[in-house]
Design a protein around this ligand. Structure first.
Ligand code: COA
Length: 427
């Protein structure tokens, strides 16, 4: 498929006017076949109003929309302003004429002007976004636990009390525990109250779709006595058993300060009466649950898929902000057809240290005329950036080239993180 450049030229790409917010939402809901309730629509309108937003106008008609929320993403050793791309929609009458491609070009300019070195998205179709420089940067495992019997554990669970709390009180109570995960795992968003309510807690009812999926509203269980800082929490919903279907506990988010705290929460979730399966759509591949379960037949991995796709919009800012696990001094030849300022040969020097980093380890990314040690595309660098995928996997797949033996091993050692990056929140 190639884009129709003549038709592309007739579409006027400009900032979406505030007066067009409702038209834009109508366009988005029609192409995604959605019928959201009023609370979700209001939340989306606020997001669009406060975010980066590009419209494609064909005369008086709004033919396309691209938005991005202003969010902050955890990266190894820190956080970065991020454009969380969303609402990508083109009218079916205008598809495959290059409207999306034009809107993405405009979005990159807005990211640069807004000081956002990285962009990210959840792809509804994985085939679309690689061409725009996005690489899959985090992945999630689907997990199902057989809850017809007590969860068999290899360690003693935390013995502090468990209590159910009102979800409306959850943001204030849970935020410190969630925030403590940000320096640990890259790929997570900072959250304000509105993101807690709309995302993790689903208080707008977007996921339950007014109960049509058979699951009830979100419940929140907390580990620790009232007045204590929670040692962990889980957000979950339940569905009663039917004639041909088991009772199910569906876990949205679970955070714990330690393995025993996680064990206590998983043991609780598998012990809820009238349910015999615990299903979790998104857990990190290194989730301690997979190791602390005594019987892996009871805890099964049911799926594995990319979650967050990452685009390095300003490669220098992104590379010099993250921390590095090992010394590295390499020349990279980087391809980036959409953002040529990123492309070319650069020397990367970096090393470990974090907050106590010696000045000599300050990461640098400088143009050079020297021969490259590695050639790669910005898409692959995006996939490796958070520490989720080693670059050698792409070399083995023929998608990046090592010119100097050992160079890719050294880069992978420097990119590595203690915990895998993880994005559970699908905004
Ligand atoms: C997906 C969508 C935004 C594409 O918009 P579009 O204006 O038709 O896309 P473009 O014409 O700019 O296409 C740009 C490139 O992406 C490719 N592409 C577009 N949609 C694609 C798809 N669904 N699968 C694979 N490739 C796709 C085009 O072939 C083109 O490739 P080329 O550069 O090799 O020529 C549009 O079809 C749409 O709104 N779909 C419904 C909503 C949706 O799926 N949004 C994305 C959610 S993450």
């Amino acid at each position: 498929m190639t884009t129709d450049t003549a038709a592309r030229a007739t579409t006027d790409i400009r900032d979406l006017a505030e007066a067009d917010l409702d038209r834009a939402l109508d366009l988005c809901y029609s192409v995604f076949h959605l019928k959201p309730g009023d609370r979700t629509r209001n939340f989306h309108r606020d997001l669009l109003r406060d975010g980066l937003r590009v419209g494609a106008y064909d005369g008086g008609q709004l033919a396309g929309l691209a938005g991005a929320h202003r969010r902050t993403l955890s990266v190894p050793g820190g956080q970065l302003p991020c454009a969380a791309v969303d609402f990508i929609s083109v009218l079916p009458t205008h598809r495959r004429r290059g409207v999306l491609a034009s809107m993405m070009d405009a979005l990159w300019r807005r990211c640069a002007a807004d000081g956002r070195p990285v962009a990210c998205l959840w792809a509804s179709e994985s085939a679309i976004y690689g061409r725009f420089g996005f690489g899959a940067a985090t992945e999630v495992y689907g997990i199902e636990i057989d809850a017809s019997r007590p969860l068999a554990l290899r360690l003693a669970p935390d013995s502090r009390p468990l209590r159910l709390i009102d979800p409306a009180e959850a943001p204030a109570l849970l935020a410190p525990r969630y925030d403590a995960t940000l320096p640990q795992r890259a790929g997570r968003f900072t959250r304000d109250e509105s993101w807690w309510r709309a995302g993790a807690l689903d208080l707008n009812g977007a996921s339950t779709n007014a109960g049509q999926d058979g699951f009830g509203a979100a419940r929140v269980v907390v580990l620790g006595a009232p007045g204590e800082e929670p040692g962990g929490y889980a957000v979950y919903r339940t569905r009663a058993p039917g004639e041909a279907s088991p009772g199910v506990v569906s876990v949205g988010e679970l955070e714990a300060e330690s393995a025993p705290a996680a064990a206590a929460l998983w043991a609780y979730l598998t012990s809820i009466d009238l349910t015999s399966a615990v299903r979790v759509q998104g857990r990190p591949a290194d989730d301690p649950l997979l190791y602390l379960a005594a019987d892996r037949d009871q805890v099964r991995v049911t799926g594995q898929e990319p979650s967050l796709w990452l685009r390095l919009v300003d490669v220098r800012a992104a590379l010099t902000t993250r921390s590095w696990a090992a010394p590295v001094d390499l020349v990279l030849d980087l391809r980036d057809t959409a953002l040529p300022a990123n492309a070319g040969r650069f020397r990367l020097t970096a090393g470990p240290g974090g907050a106590t980093r010696e000045p000599t380890w300050e990461p640098t990314w400088e143009p050079t005329g020297e021969a490259p040690d590695i050639s790669l595309d910005v898409r692959e660098l995006g996939s490796c950036y958070l520490g989720g995928t080693p670059l050698r996997h792409f070399v083995h797949a023929g998608l990046a080239t090592e010119h100097t033996p050992g160079a890719v091993r050294r880069l992978d050692a420097a990119l590595e993180t203690e915990w895998l990056p993880f994005t559970g929140e699908n905004y």
